[in-house]
Write a protein that binds this ligand. Structure first.
Ligand SMILES: Nc1ncnc2c1ncn2[C@@H]1O[C@H](COP(=O)(O)OP(=O)(O)O)[C@@H](O)[C@H]1O
Ligand SMILES: [Mg+2]
Length: 365
């Protein structure tokens, strides 16, 4: 039996169903992210696990015990919110010790635990400060310490980094992960940021419109998306229109140019139009030569993004000029180029046609 078990969880607000058929089993010590766009039901699901929201149906078990009807303080879970949510009139030490004080633990135990927690979050000297005297990043570390001080069975974090600036987000991401690993605490982390979910999680639950789209490791989620939604939400993706020319051999054509699709022709029928998913990093500008899966295209736009260049390409054997060109290098007469991709990379996703424009990133300058 898993440490945290969620079975067929549902939530309706009036006539609207915001979480449906949500099922998940989390192992002890596992770090699981809920990833999905705003409004897909991540917070509502997390709040049901915490006990702040009562499910319309379904059950939640922690460590073998059903907690579905219990109040938050009877579940022994720790929660960190998006906004800092520290008590403004309490010092850092008082904030961190709050849960233990409510639980009427002895003063010596509280001070010892607070000290231990402040060491853990690397703020041992700030015990007497008030929240307004802390940076946003420091406030979130204190919120984490406050959530952990009660030794919760499960740690729940709801977009804890989204109010912080990019650099601090990355640093804190690593700190949270380090603390989580050190304590071996079972954790659910809500985010709409795919990079956060990919880099931190043991497994990711991708959600859309109140439903689970896919549950898998970061590697599986990125490389083997099960639905079109997952394929386009996690990572940058090109969806290209292709015609299946020989299903048995896995051959497809994009704008008349033939390539071999991943997984051969599994599930395809010769003659049908399919959408093909293509990750930017699977495509490279090709030198002259005769490799397989080479295509011709016209570079339509180039943007410099620091560590990568984003090149927008129209796969076509004919050169094009823009009808409304701006006076900038990217709008200069377009250039024909060859591109290649590994046969394992072009992945038919769905039997519906889509646009035929590719957006490719090329590593380096
Ligand atoms: N108390 C509430 N009453 C009515 N609708 C709600 C309530 N809380 C959330 N919702 C709705 O439920 C949906 C999911 O919200 P939420 O769980 O906050 O999404 P997320 O955290 O993924 O952005 C949204 O459409 C939201 O408007
Ligand atoms: Mg939310």
């Amino acid at each position: 039996m898993a440490f945290l078990e969620i079975n067929d969880l549902r939530k309706v607000f009036g006539p609207i169903s915001v979480v449906q058929n949500f099922a998940l089993a989390v192992e002890r010590g596992e770090f699981v992210s809920f990833l999905g766009p705003s409004g897909c039901g991540k917070t509502t699901t997390l709040r049901m696990v915490a006990g702040f929201e009562q499910p319309s149906a379904g059950t939640i078990r922690i460590n073998g015990k059903e907690v579905t009807g219990l109040r938050p303080n009877q579940r022994n879970v720790g929660m960190v919110f998006q906004s800092y949510a520290l008590f403004p009139n309490m010092t850092v030490a008082e904030n961190v010790g709050f849960g233990l004080k409510v639980a009427k633990r002895p003063a010596s135990e509280i001070s010892g635990r607070v000290e231990e927690m402040l060491r853990l979050i690397k703020l041992p000297t700030l015990a007497e400060r008030y929240p307004y005297q802390l940076s946003g990043g420091q406030q979130q570390r204190v919120a984490l310490a406050r959530a952990l001080a009660i030794k919760p069975q499960v740690l729940l974090l709801d977009e804890p980094l989204s109010a912080l600036d990019a650099k601090i987000r990355v640093a804190l991401r690593e700190e949270i992960k380090t603390v989580q690993r050190a304590l071996g605490i079972t954790t659910i982390y809500v985010t709409h940021d795919q990079e956060e979910a990919l880099s931190m999680s043991d497994r990711i639950v991708v959600m859309n419109e109140g439903r689970v789209e896919q549950i898998g490791t970061p590697f599986e989620t990125y490389n083997y998306p099960k639905t079109r939604f997952v394929a386009s939400f996690v990572g940058t993706l090109n969806i290209l229109r292709a015609r299946v020319t020989d299903a048995a051999r896995g051959l497809i054509t994009i704008d008349g140019q033939e390539i071999v699709a991943r997984r051969g022709g599994a599930g395809m029928a010769t003659g049908e139009i399919r959408s093909v998913a293509l990750r930017p990093e699977a495509v490279s500008l090709a030198d002259a030569g005769g490799e397989r899966n080479r295509m011709q295209g016209t570079i339509e736009d180039v943007s410099f993004l620091g560590s990568v260049m984003r090149i927008r390409v129209r796969f076509s054997t004919k050169s094009r000029r823009r009808s409304r060109g701006r006076k900038s290098p990217s709008a200069s007469p377009t250039r024909m180029c060859s591109f290649s991709m590994a046969p394992s990379q072009a992945d038919p996703v769905a039997p519906r046609p889509h646009c035929g424009r590719g957006c490719l990133a090329q590593r380096g300058g």
